[in-house]
Every structure is written in C-alpha cells, then in structure tokens.
Design a binder for this molecule. Structure first.
Ligand SMILES: Nc1nc2c(c(=O)[nH]1)N[C@H]1C(S)=C(S)[C@@H](COP(=O)(O)OP(=O)(O)OC[C@H]3O[C@@H](n4cnc5c(N)ncnc54)[C@H](O)[C@@H]3O)O[C@H]1N2
Ligand code: MOO
Length: 416
C-alpha cells in the first residue's frame, strides 16, 4: 500500500469514527469534556443591583461635598444582608446599612464603604466622610450577563471557569459527549514491565503509560492496559478480547515490516477494515487506522518517539471526533535554528521550542530527535513542520510551527 499523505491520513482517521451521542452529566463529571449543546444564560448575573462592599446604601447626590471635616449626616433606616430583601425604599436624607452582596433598596444609587463613614453612638444617624458618584460600589443587575444571552457554543471544552459560570446560573448538570473508552495494547517480546529488573539490552515497556497519558490528555477513559507477545495467537486473543470493550483500541509495536511485526496481519485476518495503512510522516510512518467490529483501532509504531507523533496526528483527532470536536492548533512562522536534510516525500514533525526575537519571526530551536527518543518532548512547545516536496532546509528558512498550547475546538456532529 503506498504511503498516504499526512493531511489525507488525518481526514481518513477523522472519518473512521462518529461523534458519540450526547449525555447529560453532573457538572463536576463534565470537567475536561466538550459541550454537546450551546448554553444560554438562564438568568442575569447579578440578578439585581447589589452592594459590592460592606457599608451604607445612599443617594449619591446627598453625599455631594462631604469630607471628614464636613460629613453628610444621614438617618439610618434599615439593614439589608446578602440574600435578604429591603423592606422599604430609601427616603431622601436616609441611608441603609448594607453588606456585600445585599440588594440595594429602591431609591439608593450608591454605596459608601463603612471605612468612609461612622454611625452616631445611638446608631440613629451615620456621618458620611466622602463624596461618591452614582453607581459607586454598586454591582448592576446584568452587568456580567443578561438573561437570554448566548454564552457558550457546543464544542467548548469544559474548564473550571466554565463550570463556575454554569453553577452560578443554577445549573446542576450539562450536555457533553461521553469520554471514549480506550484500551492500549503494547506488543513486543523484548519488553520488560517497569518494576522488574532489566539488563542493558532489554527495554522497559513504556508505551502503555505514555499512550494512556496522551489518550487521557485527549479526553479518553482508559479501560485496559495490556501487553502481548509477538505471536499471532496471543495478538488474536488480545485484539478480539479488547475490541468489544472499547470505542478505541490503540496498539503499539509490531507495526512495521519485520518478521515479528504481526499486528496489521492479525487485524487483517480478523476482518478489520483499514482506513489508513502507512503515512508519509516521520517519525510515525507505519501508523495505521482501522475498524474491528464497532471499535476504531489505531496501530502505532513501537518506537516511543514515533508513537508520540503518530498518536498526536491521528489518534488524538479520532478521540476528539468521538467527543464531537475538531481541534485546530495555532501556527506560527519561525526561522529554523539549523539546517535539516529529509526524505523529500515525507512530512517531518520535529519537536521544537520557540525563541522570541524583537521585530523578527521567532526562532524554531529544533530538538535532537530520533524515532526512539522522547526526552525532547518534555519541554517541546510545538512541531516544526517540514513539508513534503522538499529534501533540504537551510538554517534560517521559514517554516510553520504547530503549537501545542491553547488550541480551539469546533463542534462537529448533531447537538443535543
Ligand atoms: N526495513 C524496515 N525497517 C523498519 C521500517 C521500514 O520501513 N523498513 N520502519 C521503521 C520505522 S519508521 C519504525 S517507527 C519502526 C517501528 O516498528 P514497529 O512498530 O514494528 O516497532 P517494533 O519493531 O515493535 O519496535 C520498535 C522499537 O520500539 C521499541 N518499543 C516497542 N514497543 C515498546 C514499548 N511498549 N515501550 C518501549 N519501547 C518499545 C522496541 O524495543 C524497538 O526498539 O520500525 C522501523 N523499521
Ligand atoms: O518513521 Mo519511524 O516512525 O520513525 O522510525
């Protein structure tokens, strides 16, 4: 099968799964998930004019000219606490004791903080020491949100900030898409489980943790982490057992052309339908996307660096599609920190950090990178994209850098 160009492979992976049906869940269970329906403000915030300070509700004009030496003396006619209701409106010449969050009595249009006033000893009057303008220390009804305003679109990732707003509107639950159920299967005879002793020629199995963590960053609910030997019967058993339990099954290793690279062969024998098999991408070339029964299957190469890139470019969009969103990463143009030679037919993704420069495009500082290496990703800020159709890049050449942080998500599929 010829290698699929990266953009076509991404589209094919995206098409290999449909958004899951929305579900309504309690607010805290929605954290990190994606809204499956738009949210409109069901009430105004604040719901009524209220005091921003502990102090005195007044008519602003009656404080005109007030100073510490020449205070404005007002008659005290009531107290309002947060959550209480004023029993009377404020008459001319009067002030009401108010606390932070208390509704303003009708007739009052400003608040004087208690530090700027002093009640008389009998409490019948209060002396105001400052001149305040109308609206002083008042939070206006609807100043943050007016009831009926569209607030959030479908596809927004539910953060702590989003949850706070939903709770402040009185919501207890919200429409989101379920987290995809994911199993990860690491294959390879040479792998030693972490915790056991390993000789220098042996390799600790690290892809289960790596891929499970990457999948969780993409919203997955990890159900199974399993290892299997490079053996047809063992692979057949693991694949047929895991696939029916999950929405997405991710394998690592055994994806290439070696004598023991059996994963694709076994999947084919089990009747899997392939959407992608081999991508013009480095690292990550052997990656494949298939369906086995109702599960999407992503076959990642065993090299951890290659698995990271292949996951990022194909498994991540697929997991996000299940959650009803398409991710768009920000891109910047940057000057390469060093020359690179590459295979002309492939897209190279190189972990990079960015150095800002006054008045110039930033410098993309390329990290040393091999398909088996992953240390470079710890501080990586994005991928320098070296596009196909070209083999040589010089120091200083301008390339696109796909940034990891602050992506945007747009809703795909029917909403709740
Ligand atoms: N003749 C060719 N050889 C290879 C080709 C090719 O086109 N022709 N492709 C190469 C590419 S590209 C990659 S990437 C690797 C990936 O191959 P596999 O997916 O079959 O991976 P393995 O052979 O099983 O392992 C590769 C490497 O990664 C280590 N590994 C595997 N699993 C884990 C794990 N769970 N934790 C940590 N490390 C793991 C493994 O020990 C090997 O060192 O194939 C090239 N070969
Ligand atoms: O392209 Mo492989 O995935 O790098 O070594």
């Amino acid at each position: 099968m010829p290698l699929t160009p990266l953009s076509a492979a991404r589209q094919a992976a995206f098409d290999a799964i449909a958004p899951a049906a929305p579900e309504r869940v309690p607010l805290l269970d929605a954290q990190g998930r994606f809204l499956a329906a738009p949210v409109t403000a069901s009430r105004s915030l604040p719901g009524c004019d209220n005091s921003a300070m502990d102090g005195w509700a007044v008519r602003a004009e009656e404080t005109q000219g007030a100073t510490r030496d020449r205070p404005a003396r007002l008659r005290v006619t009531g107290t309002v606490f947060a959550g209480g209701l004023p029993t009377t409106s404020l008459q001319p010449g009067a002030a009401a004791r108010v606390f932070t969050g208390a509704p303003l009595p009708p007739g009052a249009d400003a608040v004087v903080r208690q530090e700027a006033a002093r009640p008389t000893q009998d409490g019948a009057f209060v002396d105001v020491f400052i001149t305040v303008p109308p609206g002083n220390d008042v939070r206006r009804a609807g100043e943050e949100v007016v009831a009926g305003t569209p607030l959030f679109g479908a596809g927004l990732r539910v953060s702590a900030a989003v949850l706070g707003v939903l709770a402040s509107l009185g919501a207890t639950d919200v429409w989101v898409r379920p987290a995809p159920r994911v199993a990860v299967l690491a294959t390879g005879d040479e792998l030693v489980p972490p915790g056991a002793p390993a000789l220098p020629h042996q390799v600790y199995e690290s892809n289960l943790v790596l891929v499970a963590a990457l999948a969780r960053e993409a919203g997955a609910d990890i159900r199974q982490l399993t290892r299997a030997r490079d053996d047809e019967a063992a692979l057949r058993e693991a694949l047929t057992r895991l696939a029916p339990q999950v929405d997405v099954l991710i394998t690592t290793g055994g994806a290439s052309v070696g004598d023991k690279d059996l994963v694709k062969r076994v999947l084919t024998a089990l009747g899997a339908r392939f959407f992608v098999d081999g991508v013009a991408l480095k690292p990550g070339k052997p990656v494949a996307v298939a369906r086995l029964g109702d599960a999407a299957v992503v076959v990642l190469p065993g090299n951890p660096g290659a698995a990271t890139v292949a996951f990022d470019q194909l498994a991540r969009p697929l997991l996000l599609k299940h959650q009803g969103v398409l991710e768009t990463r920000r891109r910047v143009r940057a000057h390469l920190s060093e020359a690179r030679h590459k295979q002309a037919g492939l897209t190279y993704l190189i972990t990079t950090t960015l150095e800002a420069r006054d008045g110039l495009a930033p410098r993309a500082v390329l990290r040393p990178q091999g398909a088996g290496q992953i240390l470079q990703n710890v501080h990586g800020e994005g991928w320098a994209l070296l596009p196909p159709g070209r083999a040589d890049f010089a120091e200083g050449d301008l390339v696109d850098v796909e940034l990891f942080d602050r992506p945007t998500f747009t809703s795909v599929g029917p909403q709740a």
